[in-house]
Every structure is written in C-alpha cells, then in structure tokens.
Design a protein around this ligand. Sequence first.
Ligand code: ADP
Ligand code: MG
Ligand code: ZN
Length: 481
Amino acid sequence: MEFEPVIGLEIHAQLLTQTKIFCGCSTSFGAPANTQGCPVCLGLPGALPVLNRAAVELGLRAAVALGCRVESTSIFARKNYFYPDLPKGYQISQYELPLATGGHLTLPDSDIDIGITRIHLEEDAGKSVHEGYLDSDRKTYLDFNRSGVPLIEIVTEPDMRSSADAKAFFVALREILVALAVNDGNMEEGSLRCDANVSIRPDGQSALGVKAEVKNLNSFRFLERALDHEIARQHEVLSSGGRVIQETRLWDAGADRTAAMRSKEEAPDYRYFPEPDLPPLRITEAWVDEVRRSVPELPAATRDRLRAKYGLTRDQAEQVTQIRPGLAPYFEELVEASAPARAAINWTLGELTRKLNDEQTDEVGVIRERISPESLSRLIVLVERGTISGTVAKDVFEKMYVEGESAEAIVERDGLAQIDDANALSGTVREVLSQHADAVEQYRSGKRGALGFLVGQVMKATQGKANPKVVDKLLREAIDG
Ligand code: ADP
Ligand code: MG
Ligand code: ZN
C-alpha cells in the first residue's frame, strides 16, 4: 500500500527586542550566566509582569507579513508544568485567544500554500546546563538569562506532504522573519527552533493518521533527516500491521534517528488558565495598519521583481536577496545611478560580496560608508566606456575602499586609463614578440592558444592597462604580416 506523509510545524522564534517580555532585563546572548535577571523573570513571589510593547510590535509584524488576522483581543494564559529552569512553575503563553490566526505562506517557486493556524506570544524558559555522564558526578546548572525572553510560536496547518516541503517552508519562514528584523535566524544559538508533527495515511484517505511530534530541531538538515526517518519508521510500523502511537520523540543527530520521549498518556496536563496578572491584550486597527505600512517587501517578492525588472537570472536574484539584506537595495541603486544592470549585478555578487567576506561581515553598510552606489556606478561606467579595463577596475575599487577617493580621481592620479592607442602599444608588442619567439612559432604552426599567452604578456608589461582587443589585433597583424 502507498502512504502519504502529512506534516505540520510548530516554530519558536525569539523576538529581537532589547529587553525581556515582562521585565526590563537585557536579552543579549552570551552574557555570563545569571547576570540578566530580576524578581519578575526569576519568578520571585509578588513580582508582577508588565508587557513589553516592542515584543507585541514584532509579533504583529510577523503576523501581518504572513497574512494573519490580528485578533483585537488576545489573552495571556499560564501553562503549568514543573521543570527546574521554569522558576514560576508556569510559562506565560497564549492559548485560547492567540495574537493572530489564519495566515498562509506560499512555498517559493511553487503553488503550494501552507496555512498558518496561529501565532502567539510567550516567554522562554531558562536554560539547564548538564555536566558529567556518570551518576556519581552528574550536575545540572541553571542559567536564567534566557528566562522571560520574548518568543512567538508559529503553528502551521498539517499542509505539508514531504520533508522537502517542510524544509522549504522553514527556509522561507526564516528568511521572512530575518527580513522583517523580527528574528536573527540564528538556529545554532537557539533563537529559531522547530518541532515537527508527522503522520502518514494510505493514499486516498482523507482522515489524518496518528502523529508523532519530533521536538527541537535546530537546523534545516535535522528537520529533513528527522522527518525522513520518522516517515520511514511509521511506514514500517503500518506495513507490518502495527499501529503508530501518538507520542513525542527526540531527534538524535549522532545516531541519525528519532527516539521515543513520551507517549500521549505521559503528556503533561498543562492546566491552562488566563493569566490573572496581565489584562487582555487589546490591539487597535490603527496599530495594525501602522505595522502593515512598515512591513518591507518580502524576499520572494523582491526576487520576482528583480527578475522582471532587470532581467536577473533566478540564481542571481536568489544570491542578491539572500543572507545580506542590504545587497539588493545596493544593486538597485547602482542601476538607478546609471550602471547597466548586467554589470551592476556582477559587481554586487563579485567584488562587493568578496569585500564583505574579507571583512567578515554581512553589513552592506560597511561598504556603503566608503563607496556609495552612486560612486561605484561611476567606476562601472568607466569600464563600460573602455576607459579602464576590468582588471584595473578591481584595483581602483580597492583603492576607493581604502582611500575614499572617487574612481575618476584615482584613475587620473595613478595614470590607470586604458591604452587604446596602437602607436603607444606597438613598442611593447614588438618587445614581447622578440622575447617569446617560441610562442610566435607555436602560433604560426597552428596553436591558436599561443596568441592568448602573448596578449597576456603585453597586458602584464602594461600593468593591465592595455586594451586587450587592440593588443590582440596588433599581435595578429605583426605575426601574420
Ligand atoms: P497537539 O494538541 O498535539 O499540540 P495540535 O492540533 O495543536 O496538536 O497541532 C500541533 C501541530 O501538529 C500543528 O502544526 C498541526 O498542523 C499538526 N498536526 C495535527 N494533527 C496532525 C496529524 N495527524 N499529522 C500531522 N500533523 C498534524
Ligand atoms: Mg499544540
Ligand atoms: Zn527580569
């Protein structure tokens, strides 16, 4: 029998606020343990939470960008469970009335639409740091710096049908959250993590199968691997006449498999009830409108537009909109300032990207400070006009970056203009020919490649300033007579 996988994701994203969701403690990552706490986020008796407006604003940005309906009233709720890193004995979350509901995200380059069930606000717990493997020396330390850091949880409909769909969704969602400056996308530090729910059902059956939930997947690869493994495992169970039981599983990256964590029966009863210390969260339509206006064009839309408007290839559009949010605007400003799109994209993905790699930064502003798009476009125009060669242009770019001078000034000062004049080049051409009689011989005897070598020698002798087309012509004339 053939089976179809069904997948729904629950994604936790840390919101990029300066301070925690219910107190003024810092959210910065990497501080010494337990240096970022106060009575509120340590859960001391009598301390009262005050909602951070910035967290709500970021939650709204995500909600609006994902096409959700923002609820005019949402309610915070206590989710009760015991764990040492949860000092209050409950997590403040939202349950019955979440911040937003009913959105969707279309997977890039497909018409697969994934429903977003809900987005709600909640606080993170602290962190347990385990040490030692033997019972005798096992210790657990608690770090409450993360306690009370704001999160949104994004829950999808069970709309994905393969691990590839799920991965594509997570990739696209991460890109959107980063573009919105809602989340830093850092999965290694745990600021973005995913639980995957998966079941399978016989082809043609509309009722959903029994699902397993794989917890805390913190990379795209783990998500895909864990789902593939889980789909195969359930397939095996059903094909051999067994039944899948509803349970929570953990991904063991080392062993490349999932392992049972707890069954439905062992699932905690969270005894949700409305948080008495926080009033209902009311959001006006005016606020939602304001947020809607501030949401930038999303990366997928930017890619479509760049391809249509500037004739970029799919690859180019992807590269220029990925990782570095400032790159696409820089490219567009280059074109607006008169660089041809073809050259502008080559510079953006070539020299600019190389420079950012050298400087080990994703901040395009670092380049912009020294070389504005307008200024780089003038360098590009010098190449287009043939005033300087492409090779020289790279050196000029470097000098512009270091010295902050204009392209024209550097070309003028250092005498870098391309030499087109046949008379000016003929001496060098003669010299190269006499120094490399063997290459001339090879060329005469039919080895066409030898000409390229000779052109290269002339270029070298002129520090890259000779116009290679003119050199090529002069060499042919000299040899062929
Ligand atoms: P639970 O009560 O176990 O948390 P929910 O109904 O809240 O389950 O759904 C949690 C996630 O699991 C959602 O992303 C949802 O789309 C997904 N999901 C629900 N039922 C199934 C199923 N049978 N197979 C796969 N995914 C499912
Ligand atoms: Mg759930
Ligand atoms: Zn605090």
